[in-house]
Design a protein around this ligand. Structure first.
Ligand SMILES: Nc1ncnc2c1ncn2[C@@H]1O[C@H](COP(=O)(O)OP(=O)(O)OP(=O)(O)O)[C@@H](O)[C@H]1O
Ligand SMILES: [Mg+2]
Length: 499
């Protein structure tokens, strides 16, 4: 394997797609990134064009190779990581999607979820799937597509329809294999969290035929996902040996391999995951039980997750819809121009509220406005909202796991904000640590792939690549911390039950 210098990762995210080549040290050697269209057909609906995303993926690969002069023959393996839950159904004969991909933030399945919850409550499938009934997950989205889109219903009946989340869509296009991994499958509401296989009772409940579903495979596997097509974008056969949902990939990329290891990713949304070892812990505090990762031949690793729907996307909204700033980083200067939020709180319940509340009837609000309030206070409230939401998750996680979390590893685009990170340390009262390589999502997928391909020998070798780059320590007085957080909680209560 001496001629193989890199492992590649495709990171198919909510706002963009990236291809990154990593060296043995876990450092990015070359990359390219392309944003895709966010389609909002009506309030609460969010879609992506899956074909556009596949075209972008190929372009990212081409540009990365072109810019770096790295040859496909130098790549040991490819890993895939992706925005989770986003649902696409296509025709296996034509390869053409039968409808736009329905994005994880989309609320159109609220009615389906409510109807199920009427009979047995929001947590009726929690023991089986680890999940509360919520618009977030893929299963209800599949049901919606079958119930509302004649082309989908017809293709399902004709036996030509196939379903996938974005990992499956990319892998199917790259290699022709119809597969997913446990971490992605655990977000469909169709997988049994104990057996890690499709659950017959859930398929029956949601009316989903097993024939349209991909095979559930290990996250790191030598052969499950096939090799890239010779006549495809790489023009050679490279083994695809890793597949992980983006948040589980970040957990893996942060080397959170021990029970009790946790990380928080601040991207479009914000996702705190805690490694809980080889057994699923069913939450009593509004968290999700999810498959963390499965390395072929080893027992599965589970995680507790707190998912916050709106984090970085609130900064984008502030930029694009209000036009107060022209780039995301500018929000920091504005927020730093005042000492505090001036009593203003912003609850960004744009997709309802996810963990730990799970309220699809909540909507966003800005509260505490006075004549004193200006753009700077609102900018500050935008950033602080992310930290408050993370604290709600952090508390739920400590209650569920009984673990007293001493520090938090962080990553994602928003960690570029010093104010956000310092306020996070202040509000949580723990140290917040950023690693050297902040692209942990792509890195985790590369690690999963490279492990199966022998590019990295074992997890110990990977662990040595992890090193801290920056650390924020709590500085806030305890009274102040609790005053802020109790005001935040009051604001959250007011956002509930709006629709
Ligand atoms: N300096 C900054 N200060 C505050 N927010 C920032 C800053 N830079 C980027 N962001 C926010 O971070 C987010 C991008 O983070 P990142 O690239 O990790 O996103 P992502 O979650 O990986 O995207 P995707 O969902 O497409 O995978 C954007 O929503 C942007 O608004
Ligand atoms: Mg991402």
């Amino acid at each position: 394997m001496s001629d193989k210098k890199y492992t590649g990762a495709i990171d198919q995210g909510t706002t963009s797609t990236r291809f990154i080549l990593f060296t043995k040290n876990g450092e990015p050697a070359a990359s390219h990134q392309i944003e895709h269209k966010q389609i909002y057909p009506q309030a609460g609906y969010v879609e992506h064009d899956a074909l556009e995303i596949w075209i972008n993926t190929q372009e990212c690969i081409k540009q990365t190779l072109l810019k770096s002069s790295i040859k496909p023959e130098e790549i040991a393996a490819i890993g895939i990581t992706n925005q989770r839950e986003t649902t696409v159904i296509w025709d296996k004969n034509t390869g053409i999607p039968l409808y736009n991909a329905i994005v994880w933030q989309d609320l159109r399945t609220a009615g389906i979820c409510d109807a199920f919850a009427k009979n047995g409550g929001q947590y009726r499938f929690q023991k089986t799937t680890g999940l509360p009934l919520a618009t977030y997950f893929s299963g209800p989205k599949i049901k919606w597509l079958m119930d509302n889109i004649p082309a989908v219903a017809g293709a399902v009946k004709a036996g030509t329809a196939v379903f996938g989340t974005m990992d499956t869509w990319i892998i199917w296009n790259l290699t022709g294999v119809h597969a997913t991994d446990v971490s992605n499958a655990s977000r469909t509401m169709l997988m049994n969290i104990e057996t890690l296989q499709w659950d017959k009772s859930m398929l029956y409940q949601l009316g989903v035929p097993e024939s349209i579903l991909p095979k559930i495979c290990p996250s790191s596997s030598a052969a499950a996902y096939g090799v890239t097509k010779k006549d495809g974008v790489f023009k050679t056969s490279i083994p695809v040996t890793g597949c992980l949902g983006d948040q589980q990939a970040a957990l893996f990329g942060q080397a959170c391999y021990e029970e009790g290891d946790a990380k928080n990713t601040y991207g479009t949304g914000c996702f705190l995951l805690l490694n809980t070892g080889n057994k699923p812990i069913i939450s009593s505090n509004g968290l999700i039980t999810t498959a963390g990762y499965l390395i072929e031949g080893e027992p599965p690793v589970y995680a507790l997750e707190g998912s916050v729907a709106v984090a970085g996307s609130l900064v984008q909204w502030f930029r694009d819809k209000l036009g107060i700033i022209s780039s995301a980083p500018e929000i920091n200067k504005l927020a730093e121009s005042v000492e505090d939020n001036g009593g203003v709180y912003f609850v960004p319940a744009f997709s309802g509220l996810f963990a730990p509340h799970w309220r699809s009837d909540a909507r966003g609000l800005i509260i505490g406005l006075t004549h004193f309030t200006g753009r700077a206070q609102i900018a500050r409230a935008v950033l602080e909202a992310v930290d408050f939401q993370a604290r709600e998750i952090f508390e739920a996680m400590e209650k569920d796991s009984g673990i007293d979390l001493k520090s938090l590893k962080v990553d994602g685009g928003m960690t570029a904000s010093n104010l956000l990170m310092q306020f996070q340390a202040d509000i949580l009262n723990v140290n917040v640590i950023l690693p050297k390589v902040a692209e942990t999502t792509a890195l985790g997928a590369a690690y999963a792939a490279g492990l199966a391909a022998g590019f990295w020998k074992d997890k110990d070798e990977i662990r040595k690549n992890w090193a801290p780059a920056k650390e924020w320590k709590p500085q806030m007085a305890p009274e102040k911390r609790e005053k802020y957080f109790s005001e935040w909680k009051k604001a959250v209560e007011r956002s509930k039950g709006w629709v």
